[in-house]
Design a protein around this ligand. Structure first.
Ligand code: SF4
Length: 98
């Protein structure tokens, strides 16, 4: 069985209210959703529990925005992504319509 060593890093995330954000994203794998026309991080969560793994930088595990130039079979092929405010508090700002 193979495992992925390299997924696109979340190089910057401005959604500081998210429990996975501590000077950046620390979620092992975020999912970008396609709800309501936005490319938003569906892993965003506000909780009193600190989320993620402190030693790692977050990465994109899956992306439902099949209309993005970086999307291939629901996976992201961009070198890295930036998350920040847009239609939601946590949009994928690297999204580009094909
Ligand atoms: S850059 Fe495109 S394919 Fe990659 S996570 Fe953002 S919306 Fe999805």
């Amino acid at each position: 069985m193979k495992t992925l060593l390299q997924m696109p890093a979340v190089r910057e995330c401005a959604a500081v209210a998210c429990s996975f954000n501590s000077g950046g994203c620390h979620a092992p794998a975020v999912t970008v959703a396609a709800a309501d026309g936005a490319a938003s991080c569906a892993t965003f969560v506000e909780s009193s529990v600190r989320g993620g793994i402190a030693e790692i930088t977050g990465s994109v595990g899956a992306c439902a925005r099949t209309d993005c130039v970086h999307n291939s079979n629901l996976a992201c092929t961009a070198p890295s992504v930036e998350i920040g405010p847009g239609a939601t508090a946590s949009d994928c700002l690297t999204y580009r319509a094909a």
